[in-house]
Design a binder for this molecule. Sequence first.
Ligand SMILES: Cc1cc2nc3c(=O)[nH]c(=O)nc-3n(C[C@H](O)[C@H](O)[C@H](O)COP(=O)(O)OP(=O)(O)OC[C@H]3O[C@@H](n4cnc5c(N)ncnc54)[C@H](O)[C@@H]3O)c2cc1C
Length: 310
Amino acid sequence: MSKYVIIGGSAGGIGAIEAIREVDPIGTLTLISEEKVPQYSRPMISEYVSKEATLDMMKYRDDQFWKNNNVNVLNGRIATKIDFTKKFVKLENGDKISYEKLLIATGGKPFVPRMEGEKKDGFFTFTELSSAEALEAKVTQSKRALVIGGGLIGVSASEALVKRGIKVTLVELKENILSLILDKTASEIAETVLKKSGVTIITGQTVQQIQGKQDDPSTVGRVVMTDGTEIPCDLVVVAIGVIPRTELVKDTSLKLNRGIIVDKLMRTNIPDVYACGDVAEAHDFLINENRLLPLWPLAYNGGRVAGYNM
Ligand SMILES: Cc1cc2nc3c(=O)[nH]c(=O)nc-3n(C[C@H](O)[C@H](O)[C@H](O)COP(=O)(O)OP(=O)(O)OC[C@H]3O[C@@H](n4cnc5c(N)ncnc54)[C@H](O)[C@@H]3O)c2cc1C
């Protein structure tokens, strides 16, 4: 039995741990994390690919963080089920961890639209360290990349690859890149900067098919755009965005919309169960509604709010 159990040790999980320890220095606290080193800055995976940062430089909290905060860390472990009645979390090896208070901070997973050819070697997503490591390993053997998605993740991936000498084409379905966070004028400024650094930007279109190389059909060789244009490339990076990782609570009584619905104290509809970060739909006081807003500071601060209230 652990007084507090947290699933996910990134921005949200860390925010919660720090807040809990401010008000309860001794309550037992267990962290379940699928990733072996969860405490890295996710936005910095582009610096990892561009070789401007090592994993050590990306660490948001140092390796002593868990020990200093008296956290029982279960790294490399996956929560597979939550029993909200008996109040335990089941792990992939069958172990059960009982809790008094539970925080779900499982973040998001990359959204990959259906497209022909997505299983080919050279196809990547770009949301976590392991995907950045896999992409980085291919960079030296590649000349051209096509990045799908002109949001923060796609722009980060393009920037990283162009810095490694790759010829990058960035494809965005909307008329402007970064359209969720910038108006047209600001977006055009960002486009000018990217183009100056060597990125080709195509807007108002997307990829309909990924084709293999002529001599090796299982490896990415070109994409076919919606208007039929073919663009040769060795790498395809899908960076369209993230969807909340709610698989753990599907078909349970936990209230879900696209993400887990939480109130202003980050409580879910189930007593003693909280959620925060990219997996949660929290209250946005600007629009007076709950919504998904997958941003690092919101995940961290949401974790803090949850931690104080747990
Ligand atoms: C390339 C990139 C660039 C970005 N740029 C910016 C930016 O410029 N500004 C900004 O504000 N935000 C940015 N973001 C978004 C930001 O990184 C996220 O909003 C933030 O990481 C969310 O934190 P989180 O704790 O909710 O979830 P995550 O960081 O997604 O972490 C969730 C953790 O939970 C683990 N987990 C999930 N399910 C389980 C399970 N069943 N069992 C055990 N562990 C599990 C995951 O493995 C992961 O370690 C960017 C993201 C990316 C990928």
